[in-house]
Design a protein around this ligand. Structure first.
Ligand code: AMP
Ligand code: DBH
Length: 543
């Protein structure tokens, strides 16, 4: 078995000695997603796998639907390794589509429902996607119109598959074929799909994850989170996001034979009745949502007593908020510090309160190698803060087709430079102290400053732009664009409208725009984002 010979071009893999070690240690077990589902259907056929809207399916039913869809997709001409951009809300079809693609060996690219022309156009073009899967409408947005625009610009895109009213495209429901497909199984060491990075560069980066590495991370996560067949996981965050997908998320729940319940929206008015009705035991939230849930629970209108604990991650959860979870929601809390590139840290369910409240947890695996380094790349003294570097059995060795960027984002010996500033407690737990990357974490939604700056620079009235974070009581951070205008400054809304018009996802549109004559500079003459952030506290926010 060679991990390198069969790899998709443009996807750096693990060196053979590391791969051998991960297999020997029993981390990479040669499982594939398609077979995992088959095996669960054999073992837990009558158990409920998936609940979404009015649909409920058992493992046997889900497995059969996935087979039918795989056959239909194959009949359509989809081939192993074809890239397929999947942009679906939290509906059962999401898992049917991705497991069908897994069985075919075609590779989902996990877009978020919030993505628009800029992001979807890029994913389709960059991956030379053969197909794009959408829902007709969701959250007041017509994805078919987006698909029409993207298809015009992307010659590789042969199929647009639609859940619901397909309009000019192909209805997904028409593809559940009765004749079985003749499938050649993908190899466990093959790339299974692409996750997205929040990134810090001009364009989003694609993260190739293999069956072996991803299944290890979610199997180990399911163990840490004590999932079993009685677990009921509520997927309230977007299903495509790495956290609710694999930490342990929906995939970890399927692995354990539990039930995944889908919430179309994460707000308490949607989620709380589902928790009461389905007796949900566990869910994953970003910090702003956890705050909203804690407030809403005070009304006491819904029975949340089935909840054993909630997981909070994606952005830093304050100790004060973490300490209030039990008194408000009546359940425990687990902090999760993870990344789609790999490494995930959890506080453990039997940890002392002080660790659970004050830290972001410790790694999944004994083979997760962590270094905390200063600006020169030297290890800091124990307990000191520095940038976190990591390498391990489920952390990628490089982004897809990004050689130049990989040379900066990974050390020569394969450590991923997370851009997170952390310190390690004497117990070996991480505390996230800040960020060294040029990114804004808007309540868990990551915004790469450079990407937004590039779009601003395309406006004729913009001479230069610098996007920075500003503190926010609800989201933790919001974005502020400092702009040097060419001539008279346009109204701020002209710029934000321009970005929206270009089709940038709404969470990347600057929350505030400030015009300045010049940018403060650092000693070496770079724009000082630190100084820009500091000027914000002196400027009253415009209303
Ligand atoms: P991504 O690489 O886009 O998947 O985003 C992962 C990043 O989210 C991490 O590198 C951190 O910057 C941030 N993050 C995730 N979880 C936490 C957490 N619990 N506390 C602080 N930051 C977090
Ligand atoms: O923010 C993240 O990307 C994240 C957070 C928690 C993640 O990818 C994960 C857990 O797996």
């Amino acid at each position: 078995m060679s991990a390198t010979t069969t790899r998709l071009p443009g996807c750096p893999g693990w060196p053979e000695d590391f791969a051998a070690r991960y297999r020997e240690a029993g981390y990479w077990r040669g499982e594939t997603f398609g077979r995992v589902l088959r095996e669960r259907a054999a073992r837990h056929g009558d158990r409920t796998a998936l609940v979404g809207g009015t649909e409920r399916s058992t493992y046997a039913q889900l497995d059969a639907r996935v087979d039918q869809l795989a056959a239909g997709l194959q009949a359509l001409g989809l081939q192993p390794r074809d890239r397929v951009v999947v942009q679906l809300p939290n509906i059962p079809a999401f898992y049917e589509v991705v497991f069908a693609l897994f069985r075919l060996g075609a590779l989902p690219v996990f877009a978020l429902p919030a993505h628009r022309d800029v992001e979807i156009g890029y994913f389709c073009e960059f991956t030379e996607a053969a197909a794009y899967v959408i829902a007709d409408r969701h959250g007041g947005f017509d994805y078919r119109a987006l698909a029409s625009r993207v298809r015009e610009k992307t010659p590789s895109l042969r199929h647009v598959l639609v859940v619901g009213d397909a309009g000019p495209f192909t209805a997904l429901s028409s593809l559940y074929a009765s004749a079985p497909a003749r499938l050649t199984e993908p190899s466990p060491e093959d790339v299974a799909f692409f996750q997205l990075s929040g990134g810090s560069t001009g364009v989003p980066k694609l993260i190739p994850r293999t069956h072996d590495d991803y299944i290890y991370s979610l199997r180990a996560s399911a163990e840490i989170c004590r999932l079993d067949t009685s677990s009921v996981y509520l997927c309230a965050l977007p299903a495509a996001h790495n956290f609710p997908m694999s930490s342990p998320g929906a995939f970890g729940t399927f692995y354990a034979g539990g039930t995944v319940v889908l919430a179309l929206h994460p707000s308490p008015d949607v989620a709380f009745p589902l928790i009461a009705k389905e007796r949900v035991t566990l869910t994953a939230l970003v910090p702003p949502l956890a705050m909203v849930w804690m407030d809403a629970a005070k009304a006491g209108r819904h029975d949340l007593s089935s909840l054993q604990y909630i997981q909070v991650g994606g952005a830093k959860f304050s100790a004060e908020a973490a300490a209030r979870v039990r008194s408000t929601l009546g359940c425990g809390v687990q902090q999760v510090f993870g990344m789609a590139e790999g490494l995930v840290n959890y506080t453990r369910l039997d940890d002392a309160e002080a660790l659970v409240v004050n830290t972001q947890g410790r790694p999944i695996s004994p083979e997760d190698e962590l270094r905390i380094v200063d600006e020169d790349g030297n290890d800091v003294a124990p307990g000191e803060t520095g940038q976190l570097l990591t390498r391990g059995p489920y952390t990628i060795r490089g982004y897809y087709k990004a050689e130049a960027h990989n040379a900066r984002a990974f050390t020569s010996d394969g450590f991923y430079c997370t851009g997170d500033l952390v310190r390690m407690t004497p117990e070996g737990y991480l505390v996230v102290e800040g960020r060294a990357k040029d990114q804004i974490n808007r309540g868990g939604d990551k915004v790469a400053a450079e990407e937004v700056e590039n779009h601003l620079l395309a406006h004729p009235s913009v001479h230069d732009a610098a996007v920075v974070s500003m503190p926010d009581a609800f989201l933790g951070e919001r974005t502020c664009a400092f702009v040097i205008a060419r001539g008279a400054p346009p109204p701020a809304t002209a710029l934000t409208g321009f970005l929206r018009e270009r089709g940038l996802a709404a969470f990347k549109i600057p929350d505030r725009v400030e015009f300045v004559d010049a940018f403060p500079k650092t000693g070496v003459g770079k724009v000082s984002k630190k100084a820009l952030r500091e000027t914000l506290s002196a400027r009253p926010a415009p209303r």
